[in-house]
Design a protein around this ligand. Structure first.
Ligand code: FAD
Length: 271
């Protein structure tokens, strides 16, 4: 990848204007971009805009788009708010040096099928701020077609949500074969499966249905979770690629959902 020109933009407005021109490229950590084999006109670097940090307010975390995955991994407050799930979601990605460079903005804007980061954030109560479109839910953003907007910040609400992140890799540091994040808030359960190998999808299970599945007194807790995990795994579609077949992925989804729900029920005393 070659850039003919490189600038550090002094405002988001300038970055947005320049980004409307095809051939100009917004760069986050340049980790994914550098894998390409092409010439681009201008690289626009957002690193001088103070968007490389995580702020904690009373009700939410505000994560700037230039925050690195390593910053996510090592932020103690985010770690405790997500029961260690955020750290778990990024710690398998390539290596520490790589995670010190690549950004939250590049990871979420890319909406990569294999993305641990997208899977994790979809399981949280989370919104994104786009320069042009304003603030929308990450779930809505994930479904939108690619455009030339700028992802500025991510907001993670501070609630009592319990969350857990699991992934399966054939080999350490490789792309995941399947990713799974589950979270529960007020007995409403959210299951997210990614690397299907398509982009992560969200399944919302309202509290009444959670009760029917998981608190059925006629079966043991393990049987309830097994039945639920099988049902939930069937609600997603899967495909095959060099890392695994569709059937294998569905099998993995069932296992990871089962493990995640078991851990979540333990964390909430099974109530
Ligand atoms: C070899 C390799 C292995 C990887 N393995 C994994 C893995 O196992 N799991 C995983 O989850 N991820 C993995 N990734 C992806 C990685 O974690 C990052 O998500 C990826 O590098 C993008 O982040 P970046 O900061 O490098 O973005 P860049 O490469 O700089 O940009 C990526 C795209 O996003 C655009 N962009 C960047 N910032 C913004 C912004 N703020 N607003 C709008 N558009 C923007 C760019 O124009 C570009 O189109 C891997 C990447 C590589 C190269």
């Amino acid at each position: 990848l070659k850039y003919r020109d490189y600038i550090t933009v002094e405002s988001l407005q300038k970055a947005y204007e320049l980004n409307q021109k095809r051939g100009n490229v917004l760069i986050g950590g340049n980790g994914w971009l550098k894998m390409q084999d092409r010439q681009a006109a201008k690289a626009m670097d957002l690193s001088a805009l103070g968007l490389d940090n995580i702020e904690e307010n009373d009700d939410k975390f505000v994560i700037g788009c230039m925050t690195t995955l390593r910053d996510l991994e090592t932020n103690a407050a985010l770690d405790s708010c997500t029961n260690g799930a955020i750290k778990e979601s990024v710690r398998h990605i390539v290596g520490t040096q790589f995670r010190n460079c690549v950004t939250v903005g590049g990871s979420l804007f890319g909406r990569f099928g294999f993305s641990d980061v997208l899977t994790m954030f979809l399981a949280l109560d989370c919104q994104v701020e786009l320069y042009h479109k304003g603030i929308i839910s990450l779930a809505e953003f994930a479904e939108q077609p690619y455009d030339r907007d700028i992802l500025v910040r991510v907001f993670v609400q501070k609630t009592n949500r319990q969350s857990i992140y699991l992934s399966f890799r054939n080999q350490a540091t490789d792309f995941p074969v399947l990713t799974c994040a589950c979270s529960i808030l007020d007995k409403n359960l959210r299951v997210v499966i990614g690397a299907r190998p398509a982009k992560a999808k969200v399944l919302e299970i309202p509290s009444a249905q959670v009760g029917q599945f998981l608190l059925n007194k006629n079966q043991s807790k393990a049987e309830n979770i097994n039945r639920f995990a099988y049902w939930a795994s069937e609600q997603f579609s899967y495909g095959s690629n060099m890392r695994g077949s569709a059937d294998y992925r569905q099998h993995l989804a069932q296992i990871l959902i089962k493990r995640a729900c078991t851990a979540l029920m333990e964390g909430t005393d099974g109530d």
